[in-house]
Ligand binder design. Sequence first.
Ligand SMILES: NC(=O)c1ccc[n+]([C@@H]2O[C@H](COP(=O)([O-])OP(=O)(O)OC[C@H]3O[C@@H](n4cnc5c(N)ncnc54)[C@H](O)[C@@H]3O)[C@@H](O)[C@H]2O)c1
Length: 391
Amino acid sequence: MVVVGGGGHVGLPLAIAFADRGLRVAIFDVNELAVKTILAGELPFREDGAAQVLRRVLAAGRLEASVDRSVVSRGEHIVVVIGTPVDEHLNPDPHAVPRALDECKEYFRSGQLLVLRSTVYPGVTRRVEKLLGGQGVDVEVAFCPERIAEGKAMQELFTLPQIVSARTPQVRQRAAALFHTLTDTVVELSPEEAELAKLFTNTWRYIKFAAANQFYVMANDQGLDFDRIRNALALDYPRAADLPGAGFAAGPCLFKDTMQLAAFTDNSFVLGHSAMLVNEGLPLYLVSKLEAKYDLANLRVGILGMAFKGESDDIRSSLSYKLKRILEFRAKSVLCTDPYVTVDQNLEPLEHVLANSDLLIIGAPHQQYRSLQPGVPVADVWNLLGQGTVV
Ligand SMILES: NC(=O)c1ccc[n+]([C@@H]2O[C@H](COP(=O)([O-])OP(=O)(O)OC[C@H]3O[C@@H](n4cnc5c(N)ncnc54)[C@H](O)[C@@H]3O)[C@@H](O)[C@H]2O)c1
């Protein structure tokens, strides 16, 4: 098997999971540093439980990694899991996956199974089928979306049902057999159904977070603690069990996939755009509330946690950075810290931020902040410190 984009957050756990189940796997990635790091037995990012598996499969000789795309010619199965972000105008790029495949076209050969695993704009599977069809090689195409959450890949790859789609029953069966190496349950759909299934999965989650955040704002505007209300209404009440707590709903997937769906529906996705306004608006809402309560322009503000979610080192599309930008305009100064983030050279140690801030805001709910007892006010939408969520 060859995993194109196998140095990334989704590709690497998948590659080592297949290798650990006995397949010979080659990673192809354009990121030289990631490839070097992987070959040295290290993860380029945090992923619970993945480091030991990586070392095990390297030692067993079942995993290799390279920046040379000619490895594609050696794979019986080619899995593509490159990034598919929206651009700065929130447009999806339906050409991202076809472009990456076009770069590899001379290495495809008849009989290979190409599995698209990136989250794609609807219609991309059809586009890839046409692209390959026009090149005279008989490569079978399946779309099998990844649905793991970062940090949980090494459990969820083996427990989540796998959606498998392809144009013919034979190709679906071939792809299903591949994923049965990892997981017991496989659900079959057409490619068009599966493309929407993946976008609906992420968008549904994004909308749920938006509902919680909107409720938070409503309660908070009345000086009421949303977390107390939520705990009370959800207690032994199964129909509210999926109401999340409030907090920054960010990261590389939920927002952009909601925007992919919005673009697909000609920007008439009222619910999706409303969810975006609520979720992306939360940092500004918090700053405005703090400004009404404190003389913010004369205060030093510390942000605890810059990753997009708790226990993560991933800052892609993190709302902590949006919060930082707003505070840079409105507060005297801003100090940022995170125990996991390594790519931002402007972060300070936690002790420094605690000692030099007049006001603190929890940006990512890392567990280690739970035990803090700062002597200054803390805006804590997650109620991580147990002192309530009212800001
Ligand atoms: N991050 C998640 O939690 C998650 C979960 C489910 C699905 N997804 C989807 O999986 C896909 C990948 O996401 P990710 O978070 O792993 O992104 P990522 O940026 O971490 O990884 C993508 C990798 O692809 C490599 N790459 C880019 N262009 C390439 C090319 N032309 N040839 C070879 N390699 C190339 C990059 O160097 C990078 O290592 C996206 O479509 C995303 O929406 C992500």
